[in-house]
Design a binder for this molecule. Structure first.
Ligand SMILES: [Zn+2]
Length: 633
C-alpha cells in the first residue's frame, strides 16, 4: 500500500499498483474485481464446453441441450450459408401488417415470440400480496439508454448520429437500399421521440413503489381506445384480467396519442428497425458484429467479442442456470456452502444486535425490523431447482431443419408461456434470478430472500487463505450489504413476507427518511473524475453499502484476530475498477450503484473507526466531519 496516499485517496493508496497495470480487455467496457472473476469463470466454462463436446458421457439432459445448441451457435459456416434467410418470416410478418387493427390480430403471437412491440406484459409478484402474481404492463425501451440523453441537444445529436450510422450498416447487410434504410431509420426515430416524451428518468425508475400503479380493466379500456389492450392481456394469460399494474402511468395516459393509426407508418418502421436489430445476432457473424456496434460505442468498447466467446454465450445465456448448477456443485461444493451459510447467519446475528441497540428507533419498529430479519431466507452457492421450462426445451439442429432464429422463437414461446401461466398463482421461491456461475449477489424484496451464487465466493471477497478481517471486509460486507437492502429506501416499505406494507411508526419512518436525505446529500455532486454522482439515483445502494460496511466491521471487531487495516484495505480492494470514459459516464446516468471510487472512499470516510484509525484531520481529503456522517443501520 502507498502510505503517502492513505489520507488523500485511500482507494488509490490500496489499488495504485493494480490501477497502473490493469488493462481493459478490448471487448469489455471496464475491468474490475467482478470482471476479473467473471473472466476466470468464463475460461473455466468455455473449457468445459469444449470438453463436453468431445465427450458428453455422464452429462445431464440440460447440459446435453447446451452442447447441442453450442454446436449450432459456433457453426459460423452454416450461419453464413443461411445468411438472412432465417429471419425472412419475421420481416415478412411485419411488412404485411398494414394497420393497427392488423397489428392487434398478431400482437399475441408476436409478444409470445419476444418481438419488440412498443409495449409489453409480464406476470410478476403482486407488491400488495407477495403470495400472488399479477399482470404488469410497460412500454418499450428508448434507443438511447436514458431520457436525460435526449435532453442535452449536443449529446443527443451526437449519439443519434452514431445510431443512424450503425443502424444504416445493419439495414444494408439485410439488403436495404440507402434510400429505403434512411426512410426506415428516420421514421423509427420519430416514433422513438414520442416515447421519450413519456419515458421515466433513471431516478424515477429506481423507486420501486412508483412502479406499482394498478389500473382497472375499465380504466384501461378508456385510456387505450386505439388498441384493445385488455383483449390482448386476456389472451396472454387465458382468463379475464381485472386490472393491469402499470409501470409508467404517463405512457398509458398518452397511449392513444402514441399508438394510433396516424402514427402507424412511424410505428411500423420502428417495428422493422427494432426487430431487425434484435434478431441480427442469430444470423451471420457480420450481422451480429454490426448489431452490437452502437452498444459498443455507447460503452466505449473498442472491439466486438471473438466469435468463440459470442457463440459460447449464445448457448450459455439460454441454459445458464443448468451450466451454473454444474459449476456450483463441482467448483464450490457442499463444504464451502456450509461455511458460507454459517457466515451469513453470523452476519444476521450482528445485524439483529445492531437493530436492538439502535438509538433512533422506537421499540415497536425495532421488533418489526427484527421479525423481518428473522424471516429472511438465505440461499448460498447453487439453487435446489431449475426453471421448469428447461425440461420442455428441445434443441433441434440444422440437420433437423432448425436454425438459430427458430430456436430463439421456440425458447421465447416456452418462457413466455411459463411466465403467463403464473398469473394469479403463488410464486416458486426456489427459482433463482441468477445462475450460480454469475459473479454477483442479490436481495429480492418480494421474497425477503438473499442469494449468493457460488461465483462471488472467491478471492478477494472470500478465501480460507485470507485473514478473517479481509474476509469480513470482502464477502462479509457484501452479505451485510444484501441484508441491508431489506431496510433501504425501497426494501423498508415491504414486510417480512415481501408485501408492500407499512410496518413503521410514523415518527420512525420520518426519521428514516431524514437519514436517507442526508445520505443523498453525502453523495450528491461528489466528483468521480468522469462527472458527478447522482445522490438520488444511488440512494438505495449507498444505504446498503453504508449499513453493510458497519455491520461487517462490527463482526470483524468481535473476532480475536481483528485487524482494522486489513478490513479497510480489502473493502477498498474489492472496488478497484477501470472504465472507458464513455462507460463511466453511462453508469453515472443509469446505474443505481455509485461509482466504485466513491463506494470505496466515501463509505470509509463516513466511518468513525476509519477516521480514528488513521488519525485524520480536517486538512486530509479522506476526512469527514462528524456532523456530515450518516449512520442508518
Ligand atoms: Zn445492492
Amino acid at each position: 500500500m502507498n502510505k503517502e496516499l492513505i489520507k488523500k485517496n485511500y482507494y488509490e493508496a490500496v489499488n495504485q499498483e493494480w490501477l497502473s497495470k490493469a488493462e481493459i480487455p478490448g471487448d469489455q467496457p471496464q475491468i474490475s474485481v467482478f470482471l476479473e472473476l467473471h473472466l476466470d469463470i468464463e475460461k473455466t466454462l468455455m473449457d468445459l464446453a469444449d470438453k463436453w463436446e468431445q465427450d458428453p458421457t455422464g452429462l445431464d439432459k440440460n447440459l446435453l441441450k447446451f452442447v447441442k445448441l453450442h454446436k449450432m451457435t459456433k457453426d459460423f459456416e452454416t450461419r453464413a450459408k443461411l445468411g438472412t434467410e432465417p429471419i425472412k418470416p419475421i420481416i415478412n410478418k411485419i411488412n404485411n401488417i398494414n394497420s393497427l387493427k392488423e397489428l392487434e390480430l398478431l400482437a399475441k403471437e408476436m409478444l409470445m415470440e419476444n418481438y419488440d412491440l412498443p409495449f409489453g406484459f409480464q406476470v410478476m409478484q403482486d407488491f400488495m400480496n407477495s403470495n400472488n402474481q399479477v399482470l404488469y404492463f410497460g412500454e418499450a425501451d428508448l434507443f438511447l439508454p436514458d431520457k436525460s440523453y435526449y435532453e442535452n441537444k449536443e449529446m443527443k445529436d451526437q449519439l443519434l448520429g452514431m445510431f443512424r450510422m450503425t443502424t444504416m450498416q445493419i439495414l444494408k447487410l439485410y439488403g436495404y437500399s440507402d434510400e429505403a434504410a434512411q426512410e426506415i431509420i428516420t421514421k423509427a426515430l420519430a416514433f422513438d421521440e414520442l416515447l421519450v416524451l413519456v419515458a421515466k428518468s433513471s431516478v424515477e425508475k429506481a423507486d420501486y413503489v412508483k412502479m406499482y400503479n394498478p389500473v382497472s380493466r375499465k380504466e384501461v379500456y378508456e385510456k387505450s381506445k386505439t388498441f384493445d389492450l385488455m383483449a390482448l392481456a386476456d389472451s396472454l394469460v387465458q382468463t379475464e384480467v381485472d386490472k393491469l399494474i402499470v409501470f409508467n402511468p404517463n405512457f398509458l395516459e398518452k397511449f392513444n396519442d402514441i399508438v394510433c393509426e396516424e402514427n402507424f407508418e412511424l410505428l411500423k418502421s420502428w417495428l422493422i428497425l427494432t426487430n431487425l436489430r434484435k434478431f441480427a445476432s442469430d444470423l451471420t457473424d457480420e450481422l451480429r458484429i454490426a448489431s452490437g456496434a452502437f452498444g459498443r460505442m455507447l460503452s466505449g468498447i473498442s472491439e466486438a467479442q471473438s466469435k468463440e466467446k459470442y457463440a459460447f454465450y449464445q448457448a450459455y445465456n439460454r441454459l445458464a442456470q443448468a451450466v451454473g448448477l454444474y459449476y456450483g456443485i463441482n467448483y464450490f461444493g457442499p463444504k464451502a456452502k456450509a461455511d458460507v451459510e454459517n457466515m451469513v447467519h453470523e452476519m444476521i446475528g450482528v445485524y439483529r444486535d445492531r437493530i436492538k441497540n439502535n438509538a433512533w428507533l422506537q421499540p415497536e419498529t425495532k421488533s418489526k425490523a427484527i421479525t423481518k430479519l428473522d424471516a429472511m431466507t438465505i440461499h448460498v452457492g447453487y439453487p435446489e431447482e431449475l426453471p421448469s421450462y428447461y425440461d420442455l426445451y428441445e434443441v433441434e439442429s440444422y440437420e433437423e431443419g432448425s436454425n438459430l432464429i427458430l430456436e430463439t422463437l421456440k425458447f421465447a414461446r416456452l418462457t413466455n408461456k411459463d411466465n403467463f401461466s403464473k398469473y394469479q398463482k403463488e410464486p416458486n421461491r426456489k427459482i433463482w434470478g441468477m445462475p450460480a456461475s454469475m459473479v454477483n449477489a442479490y436481495y429480492n424484496p418480494f421474497n425477503n430472500q438473499i442469494v449468493f451464487p457460488a461465483a462471488i465466493l472467491q478471492r478477494p471477497y472470500y478465501s480460507l487463505d485470507q485473514s478473517p478481517s479481509e474476509n469480513y471486509g470482502g464477502i462479509g460486507a457484501v452479505m451485510a450489504h444484501e441484508i441491508s437492502h431489506a431496510f433501504d429506501n425501497n426494501g423498508a416499505k415491504f414486510d417480512e413476507f415481501g408485501s408492500l406494507n407499512n410496518w413503521w411508526t410514523e415518527e420512525d419512518f420520518k426519521s428514516f427518511e431524514e437519514k436517507a436525505k442526508d445520505m443523498i446529500q453525502l453523495f450528491d455532486g461528489a466528483e468521480t473524475g468522469y462527472g458527478q454522482c447522482n445522490g438520488k439515483l444511488t440512494i438505495s445502494e449507498n444505504i446498503a453499502d453504508s449499513s453493510g460496511l458497519r455491520c461487517a466491521l462490527e463482526a470483524s471487531k468481535k473476532h480475536p484476530n481483528h485487524n482494522y487495516e486489513e478490513f479497510f484495505q480489502n473493502w477498498a480492494r474489492v472496488w478497484r475498477q477501470k472504465s472507458s470514459p464513455e462507460f463511466a459516464k453511462l453508469l453515472l446516468t443509469v446505474d443505481v450503484h455509485g461509482p466504485a471510487i466513491l463506494r470505496a472512499n466515501m463509505q470509509l470516510r463516513n466511518l468513525r473507526e476509519f477516521q480514528e484509525y488513521y488519525q485524520l484531520t480536517k486538512d486530509d481529503p479522506m476526512y469527514l466531519e462528524e456532523e456530515k456522517m450518516v449512520e442508518i443501520w
